[in-house]
Ligand binder design. Structure first.
Ligand code: FMN
Length: 346
């Protein structure tokens, strides 16, 4: 018999798939247009697709499998497959929050399977931003993790009947960043971040920020489907889209490394996120959907395709590595242009 928290993890998995199609009706990266470079003056073989996020945290590829699951039998199977594919494709992988593993040690194999399947790969642990230093150290130790993600999920907690109602996180984040000896990435879970949030995180010493914006997985919708007590659909459009959040972060790039996630569904999205300032890109819902809907072989093929296309797109833009994308000109259209103007971001 699985616990309430394990049951919630399974509901998240099935609802993330069920709500994904609808969430995906808006593809916000369409409002970012890139300028064609008819004279690349380089070859695909010149591309170096590695990205350096921090000392000791180098990814072979600029995209990785973002935090999703752990804590149940179904999560074990999904994590095993994801980690196997991550290892095969030399991709980094973050696990879902380890809070359940710390509370219920019997669920730990659903997380440790990731390290077993990807013994030499980059594995990133995940916890809430209120985690104590001891818990953070335990989570890192359980996975022998290369980095720790701390998630900011106030909107998600507030729509959960059993969720937290108190969100004093900043001092704890500063303490963890100070004390831990692996890189700490502070991330949203799909509602994005504003310039002032990013500035507050930087002032607290955070060097790695994943703006994780709206446009893909939507936890307001997932939690709305889980609990039928109050109607939460008015939060369906809450938060910054990923392109908006990346624009919010643009002026901070010299002081922190910016990571993107939220609604990334193609190699071109990865490239556009790089143009807007991301140094790496996490993908959760899109890959989960392929896995659950079409199976592991389909996800394997998708990863191969992305790894073929990304170097070609970099070549097309005349970029020898992912960081050079930040020098690529772009044009914003529609709502995104209006947003950027009103927020004085361009
Ligand atoms: C089923 C599922 C579970 C998730 N669980 C976590 C989690 O435990 N911790 C976390 O930081 N983010 C979690 N996320 C959020 C993702 O890491 C990511 O920030 C968000 O889904 C936006 O990316 P996407 O649009 O590619 O899905 C979860 C996402 C999904 C789909």
């Amino acid at each position: 018999m699985e616990s309430q928290q394990a049951h919630r993890k399974d509901e998240h998995l099935s609802l993330a798939t069920a709500t994904y199609q609808r969430a995906h009706a808006h593809h916000y990266f369409d409002q970012v247009r890139l300028i064609h470079n008819a004279l690349p003056e380089m070859a695909v073989k010149d591309v170096d697709h590695r990205v350096q996020l921090a000392a000791g945290l180098q990814l072979e590829w600029p995209f990785y499998l973002e935090a999703m699951t752990g804590g149940s039998n179904q999560a074990t199977k999904i994590n095993r497959t994801l980690a196997r594919l991550a290892s095969k494709h030399h991709l980094a992988m973050a696990t879902g929050s380890l809070s359940v593993a710390l509370k219920e040690p019997a669920t730990r194999p659903s997380f440790t399977v990731v390290r077993e399947e990807s013994p030499a790969g980059i594995v990133i642990a995940n916890l809430g931003a209120d985690a104590s230093l001891d818990k953070a150290r335990d989570a890192i130790r359980i996975l022998n993790a290369d980095a720790l993600e701390l998630h900011l999920n106030a909107a998600q907690e507030l729509v959960m009947p059993e969720g937290d109602r108190d969100f004093h996180w900043l001092a704890n984040i500063a303490h963890l960043v100070d004390e831990l000896d692996v890189p700490v990435i502070v991330k949203e879970v799909g509602f994005g971040m504003s310039r002032s949030t990013i500035n507050q995180l930087q002032a607290a010493g955070v060097k790695l920020i994943n703006v994780s914006g709206r446009g893909g997985t939507n936890f307001a919708m997932i939690e709305d489907r889980r609990n039928h007590q109050i109607d939460l659909t008015d939060l369906a459009d809450w938060g910054q889209t990923t392109p908006e959040a990346l624009l919010e972060a643009r002026k901070s790039r010299s002081r922190a490394t910016i990571v993107a996630s939220g609604g990334i569904t193609s190699p071109l999205d990865v490239i556009k996120a790089g143009v807007l300032g991301a140094q790496a890109v996490g993908v959760a819902g899109y890959f989960l959907n392929i896995l659950i809907r079409d199976g592991a072989a389909a996800l394997d093929q998708a990863l191969t395709d992305w790894q073929t296309e990304i170097p070609r797109l970099l070549t097309l833009l005349g970029c020898r590595n992912f960081t050079e994308l930040q020098q690529t000109p772009f044009v914003l259209t529609g709502d995104l242009y209006s947003y950027a103007q009103q927020r004085h971001l361009i």
